[in-house]
Design a protein around this ligand. Structure first.
Ligand code: 5GP
Length: 347
């Protein structure tokens, strides 16, 4: 047994230190990033926020709405090839190049991904997603997908340490998805005791990935726009959001009326709810590692995404970053033991 003594940080442990700035307004801040990916060689331009590949977040409706803000959507895995064909027929090139086709690592997943990608050249992104990215099997699967699709941009995860980021990039991933346990409906830390505070995971993984010309997605744990800004400040190239984008008109979930108020069900992708829906219940060798919550219905996601992007722009003005690209260089985090004042309740 070993103990690492260095304290690892979550979003709640830091704030940005403001810096002198010549920016007068957040309208002067540009959140668009231009990337060229290491293996695919593809260029991409957009706002590097991604709706998570979860049942009531990563929907076709969400992708259509968010693409208008330059924002991406990782589609959940449960659409059929026929449903994809319908979507692809009606979607613009600008929408399709902001979409990730998500996949697990089974042979069936591989065949389905091939069928979906064959629908349009404009589908450029693949998200290989398993809960435990430390499995050898993931590395082999990334190699296999890279060999089959040399010019698609591949994201793989989830991991939380630099060594595994490097291994996935060397295996063919352009982007590594980072986060184990921080998610709003995740219970991995409770069920298994495994995890890594998300801001430190981002800082360490970004450093490792950037050293090899790769990129990372900070995935999970953002509860407010300030956390999204902190993830970018820590070095995340992309930030993935589940809970913050759930419960909306475009989330694809069922609206439930209770005592005159509207709610929407939101659940983790390894929760009992998800397994009941997609796999006929929880297999007897595993425990559910996600929970189910009822969120107050939040209406149109366009308002929420504007609010989030507005917050990040504002962070940039406080530290003098005219472009999102400059945010991490302009970031000094101070460690704190307080965040917001909740005397009149939470925002
Ligand atoms: P959030 O933005 O809601 O804090 O986190 C979203 C992320 O939580 C997802 O992108 C995914 O990585 C993770 N996640 C989703 N469902 C589950 C689950 O059932 N269990 C665990 N451990 N993580 C989940």
């Amino acid at each position: 047994m070993r103990i690492e003594q260095e304290l690892k940080l979550g979003f709640k442990d830091v704030l940005f230190r403001p810096k002198r700035s010549t920016l007068k307004s957040r309208s002067q801040v540009n959140l668009t990033r231009d990337f060229t990916f290491k293996h695919s060689g593809r260029q991409w331009s957009g706002t590097p926020v991604i709706a998570a590949n979860m049942d009531s977040v990563g929907s076709f409706e969400m992708a259509t709405a968010l693409a208008q803000h330059g924002v991406m959507t990782a589609m959940h895995k449960h659409y059929t090839v026929e449903q994809w064909a319908e979507f692809v027929k009606g979607a613009s090139k600008e929408t399709l190049n902001k979409v990730f086709v998500s996949t697990g690592t089974s042979e069936r997943d591989f065949e389905k991904t091939k069928e979906i990608l064959a629908l349009s050249e404009d589908l450029e992104f693949i998200c290989i997603d398993i809960a435990n990215g430390y499995s050898e099997h993931l590395v082999e699967y990334v190699q296999k997908v890279r060999a089959e699709f040399p010019n698609k941009t591949i994201s793989a995860g989830n991991v939380v340490t630099g060594d595994m980021c490097e291994e996935l990039i060397l295996a063919g991933a352009d982007i590594v998805k980072v986060g184990i346990g921080p998610g709003s409906v995740c219970t991995t830390r409770v069920k298994t005791g495994v995890g890594y505070p998300q801001l430190s995971a981002i800082i360490e993984c970004a450093d490792a990935a950037h050293g090899l010309g790769g990129m990372i997605i900070g995935d999970g744990g953002c509860a407010c726009a300030g956390d999204v800004a902190k993830a970018f400040g820590g070095g995340a190239d992309f930030v993935m959001l589940g809970g913050m984008l759930a419960g909306h008109e475009q989330s694809g979930g069922e609206v439930i009326e209770k005592d005159g108020e509207k709610f929407m069900k939101f659940y983790g992708m390894s929760s009992q709810s998800a397994m009941d829906k997609h796999s006929g219940g929880v297999a007897n060798y595993r425990a559910a590692e996600g929970k189910t919550v009822l969120l107050p219905y939040r209406g149109d996601v366009n308002n929420t995404i504007q609010d989030i992007l507005g917050g990040v722009r504002s962070t940039c003005t406080y530290v003098g970053a005219a472009k999102l690209k400059e945010l991490t260089k302009r970031t000094t985090f101070i460690r704190v033991q307080e965040q917001e004042n909740n005397v009149f309740g939470k925002e």
